[in-house]
Design a protein around this ligand. Structure first.
Ligand code: UDP
Ligand code: MG
Length: 176
């Protein structure tokens, strides 16, 4: 199957960006999404959502043994969140900055816009595997490869049909 073959030849990643309840409450949705847009990442899915407890627990299940886990679940389910599907995991983590906003570099989202770890305004997938788990999308051919295709798998946060597939007009001006 040709798209699978092409996908195995190029580095393909999805990341999952979440503006957390404090980011929504503080009116930072546009500011945070704007930073990913300006960087040149492609927005493939966006929704405003009230996160149920079960979903928050599944999302953060690796942190279940941590002392801050109960307050983390309370925090994430305390208000609406905005989910965003974009590309490139490690680069998005750099834009977001360190988990503790006091250690995050100026210029990063957390470095510029947050003070405390428990109110650090944004989430981003920490690996391509988790990007796949969290977006439900397992891969897409970069826009510069015109033979484009995406594969859906069981989605943690996005349902079938909630992610778009499109080619930004600026793609050839971002990627040579
Ligand atoms: N967190 C917390 N206290 C801590 C560590 C983490 O409240 O000591 C929260 C914080 O909101 C963080 C989230 O748990 O963003 C997930 O932790 P992780 O280590 O995965 O950090 P991230 O990947 O978000 O930088
Ligand atoms: Mg994490």
């Amino acid at each position: 199957f040709l798209p699978h073959l092409v996908a195995s030849l190029v580095q393909v990643e999805q990341t999952y960006i979440m503006v957390k309840p404090d980011g929504v409450q503080r009116g930072l949705v546009g500011e945070i999404i704007s930073r990913f847009e300006r960087k040149g990442f492609k927005l493939t899915g966006l929704k405003l959502f009230q996160c149920p407890k079960e979903l928050a627990e599944e999302h953060y299940k690796d942190l279940k043994s941590k002392s801050f886990y109960p307050t983390l679940i309370d925090y994430i389910t305390s208000g609406p969140v905005v989910w965003e599907g974009v590309g490139v995991v490690a680069s998005a983590r750099k834009l977001i900055g360190s988990t503790n906003p006091l250690q995050a570099e100026p210029g990063t989202i957390r470095g510029d816009l947050a003070v405390q770890t428990g109110r650090n305004v944004v989430h981003g997938s920490d690996s391509p595997e988790n990007g796949k788990r969290e977006t439900g999308r397992s891969g897409s051919i970069p826009d510069i490869v015109f033979l484009k295709h995406c594969f859906s798998c069981s989605a943690l946060w996005f349902k079938e049909g909630e992610l778009c597939e499109w080619t930004p007009a600026q793609a050839p001006w971002l990627m040579e």
